[in-house]
Design a protein around this ligand. Structure first.
Ligand code: ASP
Length: 439
């Protein structure tokens, strides 16, 4: 059994957190490959080392003051090293980093040092081999991740390695320049390593006990999702629920390697298991509820619209021209409604309206703003009758007016449009009917 374990910034923010991580790793012999993030926040008002590194670099590269921030960063690592009582001196590393900052080695180089240094600390603490991600994670000259080359080289490099620490978040281009993934990218590194070594499991350790069925700011103590499929996760992530970097699912998904989201502060919790597919019966009919506020709808009416070939294309071309992506597009025989993000749309509103008038000469055009979309997601809905009925009767009971309904033919989700003001109430009503009252 081989596991890749990735630890997020809050799991590695202090010596105290490092010790919890050490116990977790030593508690299971199969946890052989460790991917650390940079030290994150120790409390709400704290700063992430990655953010400090960006600030420090910007100062140094612009010829402004940076020493104070550099000291802060050094102190973060000193606290960890002292607290762990390990024999490691980072003076030389910090001297190189400072030199490279002054030589303007790049913001990506700067940010990556958080993971690099934490990797050195972690390897020393665990007695594992340290493998610099710059030697095994590759990007092309344009900065795109080179999956094929990385998988080959990384697989070969790790084949005969028993235990190693590989820092997350970065890799290097052909010419050796350091390149990072987008923020939160250590999740991606973990996934890449899991694929390369054909891991049995990719454990992603963070500070929550998995994905929650609904937003805890709306539902008090929501249930944790035990098992979720990659497709369900995508549906929920796109509506705003995020624990894991979106790109982290791609490397492992095709390999059938499950991801287990775990809580470093509550290692006894089982967390959420993300899988390609499962025949395990879901606990509840629905897996999760997510949503977003701030949409507006453009309703277009024209007699005989259904007979006009190319009508939809012409309308959507207008949105495309202004770089506006649409979220949903329910239609009737002579109507078509386009849902867009209000913030993206507002600046171009009048141009888009004029464009639609010119493109399709509608009989009537109406807009409505301040709308929210709620996605009810669940693989269990396919096999269950009456899901939609229960959703809508719950909403009716809570006096929430439904403005739009969209169910994909995959029967994996039902999207409901409501007024922004009804958003929280709609989520509460759906949660209650499926989770609180379902046994
Ligand atoms: N340290 C980086 C960040 O703060 C990457 C990561 O934590 O995954 O975004």
């Amino acid at each position: 059994m081989k596991k890749v374990v990735k630890f997020g910034g809050s799991s590695l923010a202090s010596a105290k957190q490092f010790k919890k991580v050490g116990e977790i790793i030593r508690g299971d012999k199969s946890r052989r490959f460790v991917v650390p993030s940079a030290p994150g926040k120790r409390h709400d008002k704290d700063e992430k080392v990655t953010d400090l590194l960006y600030q420090c670099y910007d100062g140094a590269a612009d010829g402004k003051s940076y020493k104070k921030i550099l000291e802060k960063i050094k102190e973060r690592y000193a606290e960890i090293i002292d607290g762990l009582d390990i024999n490691l001196n980072l003076d030389h590393e910090f001297a190189t980093i400072e030199e490279n900052f002054l030589k303007k080695a790049g913001r990506d180089y700067a940010a990556s040092r958080g993971e690099y240094l934490n990797g050195l600390v972690m390897a020393e603490y665990l007695g594992y081999e340290f493998i610099d991600a710059a030697e095994v994670i590759f990007f092309d000259a344009d900065g795109n991740f080179n999956a094929e080359l990385t998988n080959k080289e990384l697989g070969e490099r790790l084949e005969h390695v028993e235990r190693a620490v590989i820092p997350g978040f970065y890799g290097a281009k052909d010419d050796g320049t350091i390149k990072t993934f987008s923020r939160g990218g250590s999740d991606i590194t973990g996934s890449i390593v899991a694929k390369a070594i054909h891991a049995d499991m990719y454990e992603n350790w963070t500070d929550v006990s998995g994905f929650l069925v609904a937003d805890p700011r709306i539902i008090k103590n929501p249930e944790v999702i035990e098992t979720i499929t990659y497709r369900e996760l995508r549906e929920l992530a796109y509506m705003g629920a995020s624990v894991l970097h979106e790109d982290a699912i791609f490397p492992v998904r095709k390999e059938g390697i499950p991801i287990n989201i775990r809580n470093t502060n509550k290692p006894e919790d089982k967390g959420t298991l993300i899988v390609e597919s499962t025949c395990r019966k879901p606990h509840y009919t629905i897996t999760g509820i997510a949503g977003k506020k701030g949409f507006c709808s453009i309703n277009i009416e024209k007699a005989m619209m259904n007979a006009e070939v190319g009508f939809g294309r012409k309308v959507l071309e207008v949105f495309e021209k202004y770089g506006i992506s649409f979220e949903h597009m329910p239609s009737g025989i002579d109507t078509m409604t386009v849902f867009v993000h209000q913030s993206e749309f507002e600046d171009y509103e009048q141009s888009v309206i004029a464009g639609i008038h010119r493109a399709v000469e509608p009989d009537f055009l109406e807009m409505e703003s301040d709308l929210a979309l709620v996605a009810v997601v669940g693989r269990g809905m396919k096999a269950t009758r009456g899901t939609a009925g229960r959703i809508f009767s719950a909403l009716a009971h809570s006096r929430v007016n439904v403005k739009m309904i969209d169910q994909g033919s995959s029967e994996l989700n039902i999207i409901i449009g409501v007024k922004n003001a009804d958003f929280e109430e709609a989520i509460r009503a759906i949660y209650d009917i499926f989770i609180t009252t379902e046994v």
